[in-house]
Ligand binder design. Structure first.
Ligand code: SF4
Length: 338
């Protein structure tokens, strides 16, 4: 494993928040994709004047991988649409992130508030860009970067949807890397409640690894922050959000992988919710244009090791939940009074 310096997540997050938000004018630093490596992987060219992209979310992740029902099933449920295995989603990214996951499909230049690839926009301007598109997906994903460095973004965006009578026609989804508690620090309790109560808003938090060592390997952040992810997820559940999990299982070693996975699933059940493993989707990591040139031999190996890890995950779930419970839709795994 490399011994790169550990990111000081607290300091770096505060610095990026200052660079990624203009509170007075309610502007957020949004990624402009033109000329980026990330854009090379798009199946459709960037839209919304370069500030948006259309993503095809697919349920099938490959043989022997659990299917990925996020955000497909929560969105279809809210919009009362019939089942399907692929969903078109309008994505916007904020241009800052506190971590540097080696497998990130976003160029690191698009995570560091680089003015070459970003501009400040209000939610009103972003929605104007979306509404000017001839083809508009009914699902909008505020992604990153790390949207929760500027939790005002999701709230302002939801307010703007209400203002335009779109809040029950569009499903809003936000991604979170579970690196900070800014949601509770910078939004008022009534604002959090309003978002959490919406039937057309869902969110996902990503667990980066299955133990402190894999977390450090994946994010370049301090391994002690691994446990914080469970605490933050529990707060999201307790705040009443319709919240789901992703997990990435890449690591540079497969030593004791089954034992580590057992403890990981124990923690999801004990520290978040008994049913939370069934609201969590292991994400398959593949190579992307931004990662190809920067991957080390350990990272190449991690792509193989995740296969062993996901087998261990599947065995754990099969041992803990009956077929009937596992078969239920991810949206029917009830964890709060949503
Ligand atoms: S937390 Fe997400 S956006 Fe940030 S580096 Fe990791 S994968 Fe990329």
């Amino acid at each position: 494993m490399d011994l790169l310096p550990v990111i000081d997540t607290g300091k770096f997050s505060a610095h990026l928040r200052r660079r990624g938000l203009r509170l007075d004018s309610r502007e957020v630093l949004i990624t402009k994709f033109n000329g980026s490596k990330e854009a090379k992987d798009f199946t459709l060219p960037p839209n919304c004047q370069g500030f948006g992209r259309i993503h095809h979310f697919r349920r099938f992740q490959g043989d022997n991988w659990p299917s990925n029902s996020l955000p497909i099933d929560p969105a279809l449920k809210a919009l009362q649409l019939p089942p399907r295995d692929m969903l078109l989603v309008q994505v916007f990214q904020n241009a800052i992130c506190s971590w540097r996951c080696w497998y990130c499909f976003v160029d690191f230049d698009l995570l560091s508030a680089n003015p070459r690839f970003s501009e400040f926009k209000t939610c009103e301007q972003i929605l104007d860009l979306y509404l000017a598109e001839p083809e508009r997906p009914l699902v909008i994903d505020l992604s990153g970067g790390q949207p929760d460095l500027v939790p005002e973004w999701g709230y302002w965006f939801y307010q703007e949807l209400i203002k335009r009578s779109l809040s029950d026609q569009v499903y809003l989804w936000t991604d979170d890397n579970l690196s900070n508690d800014y949601l509770w620090r910078f939004l008022k309790p009534e604002q959090i409640n309003e978002l959490a109560r919406s039937t057309h808003y869902g969110r996902v938090g990503c667990f980066k690894g299955y133990d402190p060592f894999s977390f450090r390997f994946n994010t370049k952040a301090a391994p002690e922050l691994f446990k914080q992810q469970f605490h933050l997820m529990r707060r999201l559940v307790d705040s009443g959000f319709d919240v789901f999990g992703y997990a990435t299982f890449t690591n540079s070693t497969d030593v004791d992988i089954r034992q580590h996975m057992r403890v990981f699933v124990d923690r999801l059940q004990e520290e978040v919710h008994e049913l939370f493993p069934l609201r969590t989707v292991p994400l398959r990591i593949t190579r992307f244009s931004p990662t190809k040139g920067r991957m080390t031999s350990d990272e190449e190996r991690a792509i193989e090791i995740q296969k062993v890890a996901v087998e261990a995950w599947t065995e754990e779930l099969e041992g803990r939940f009956t077929v009937d419970i596992r078969k239920r839709s991810i949206t029917e795994q009830r964890i709060n009074n949503r």
